[in-house]
Design a protein around this ligand. Structure first.
Ligand code: NDP
Length: 393
């Protein structure tokens, strides 16, 4: 029996995780659920799965949460704040933590789970983008099992040889990782119209149903850029070991190309319950509730190379990956600010990449190695990006 904490339970990944957990009450019980704004949803979830703890990230909402818990008849203990997120991630009773808070806010509770040696189902890619080296070192020290939930990294994990050791590409006969991405809703849109893109157009992903931030990141392909960085840390790859491939149908979730000419791919319907179930049950397999892929119904599977003029964020992320931890932390922070400003109607779509680029250009190169330095760099980049959003610089 695994005892599971779901960080970000109210989000898209959180809901899919609870769906899989509820299919297997004999294997999993829920220890804690966490949320931020969607308190009603959080209480409904807590009641349905009899969570022992409910954590509300925003301390200002504590009294609201207590009142709602009473209204919904929730018997879970209600906690709040950043410290409580870390506590329910590292509690001795917990075996498994789903890290599905969006953005930099997920870093500290995810790291707490890693340091406590848990099985960590890593959806929150921003944690590795910000703190890759620290994160991997902490996992090596604690013995935490990091299982990638991002569908691409989960696919790569499934396609690597069982004997693969971290960073050993040539020794494992691997030529390269082929990281696939759909290209989002604007893959064929006329470039000259990009400045007219609306929030609702950017939030309409052709294949996946996801939270708003990652959906916008998919439209700019910053998501693929963050995944590129994430893949480097997860598998010990360098930028030259990875090629991004456009694959509009999102059926092939990524591939590993071997030196003998073989390519091993993982395929499936675009439904996050597959990688979630894989991470929960690994090395076994369990029913995820996902419809089987129907090859008779499948039309073309097509592939292409991404064009950086269309996706400048992808190029920025690859360059940041080569530049190091300070650059990836800054890029992630700037992008969170820029995407939030776009979603609030403060800036146009093409300004997202411009603000990201400007933030990187205006900050001096530096080396970050401690968590404190990473958090400081994150804050400085947010300030820079915010002032660019406001047109102050
Ligand atoms: P959502 O926006 O749907 O959900 C985000 C979750 O994080 C919610 O539970 C939200 O709470 C919580 N949250 C938001 N802000 C804070 C905060 N400041 N402190 C604590 N909790 C907070 O995101 P997704 O589920 O789409 O994505 C989650 C993560 O998984 C992201 O890092 C994303 O990149 C990654 N991912 C997502 C995929 C997907 O298919 N959705 C695929 C692969 C990776 P509330 O809603 O209550 O405010």
């Amino acid at each position: 029996m695994q005892t599971v904490t779901v960080l970000g339970a109210t989000g898209s990944i959180g809901c899919s995780t609870l769906d899989v957990l509820q299919r297997h009450p004999d294997r999993y019980r829920v220890f804690a659920l966490t949320g931020n704004n969607q308190l009603e949803k959080l209480m409904e979830q807590a009641k349905a799965c009899s969570a022992r703890y409910v954590v509300v990230a925003d301390e200002a909402r504590y009294l609201d949460a207590i009142a709602l818990a009473e209204q919904y008849g929730v018997t879970s203990e209600i906690l709040c704040g950043a410290k409580a997120l870390e506590e329910v991630s590292s509690d001795a009773q917990v075996t498994t933590v789903m890290a599905a808070i969006v953005g930099a806010a997920g870093l500290l509770p995810t790291l707490a789970a890693v340091k406590a040696g848990k099985r960590v189902l890593l959806a929150n890619k921003e944690a590795l983008v910000m703190s890759g080296e620290l994160f991997i070192d902490a996992a090596n020290q604690s013995g935490a099992e990091i299982l990638p939930i991002d569908s691409e990294h989960n696919a790569i994990f499934q396609c690597l040889p069982h004997t693969f050791s971290y960073g050993q590409f040539a020794a494992s006969g691997i030529h390269q990782i082929l990281l696939t991405g759909s290209g989002g809703p604007f893959r064929t849109r006329e470039l000259s119209t990009f400045s007219d893109i609306t929030v609702s157009e950017a939030c309409a992903h052709p294949n996946w149903s996801m939270g708003r931030k990652i959906t916008v990141d998919s439209a700019t392909m910053m998501n693929k850029g963050l995944e590129f960085i994430e893949a480097c840390w997860l598998f010990g790859a360098t930028a030259k070991d990875i090629t991004v491939v456009l694959h509009p149908q999102s059926v092939v979730h990524s591939m590993v190309q071997y030196t003998d000419g073989s390519v091993i791919a993982q395929l499936g319907n675009p439904d996050m319950r597959t990688p979630i179930a894989y991470g929960l049950a690994w090395p076994e397999r369990i029913n995820a509730g996902v419809a089987p892929l129907d090859f008779a119904q499948m039309r073309d599977l097509s592939f292409d190379s991404p064009c950086y003029e269309r996706y400048p964020n992808l190029q920025l992320a690859i360059m940041a990956c080569e530049a190091g931890q300070a650059a990836t932390t800054r890029l992630n922070a700037a992008n969170e600010v820029a995407v939030a400003a776009f979603l609030e109607g403060q800036i146009g779509f093409t300004r997202i990449a411009e603000i990201n680029q400007e933030t990187l250009n205006r900050m001096e190169p530096t080396i970050v190695s401690s968590l404190q330095q990473i958090l400081e760099e994150d804050q400085k980049a947010r300030q820079m990006a915010l002032s660019l959003v406001r047109g102050l610089r």
